[in-house]
Design a protein. Sequence first.
Length: 127
Amino acid sequence: MQHLVKEDGLDWQIDSAGTGNWHVGEGPDRRSTRTAHNHGVDISKQVCRQFSKNDFNEFDLILVMDRNNLSHVLSMAPDKQAATKVKLLLGNKEVPDPYYDDNQFEPVFGLIEQGCRDIIKQLTHNV
């Protein structure tokens, strides 16, 4: 999303966070980094942080990859208005986790990229 927003010249604050704490302080999975690099996107300097309640104050939109993350993030929402900020990236579909199958990183990148493009299109047409 950061790459696409920059390409489009949009002045948006983009961040990424996990719902668990097991990778806090680490960089992206090497397979993710390689796949993104193959598409001209550099994610090598990203560092994992954990999602926090404060993110509801910092961001207008909170996108999650799957229903487990959706449920987890919604459970942290301080109120109903904050909960309306949380959406699945792909609308009603989940982004599959490619972690256990190296062959899934490429198609998952495509899904995420298209989801990001769709969000940008939706939000820039509503401005």
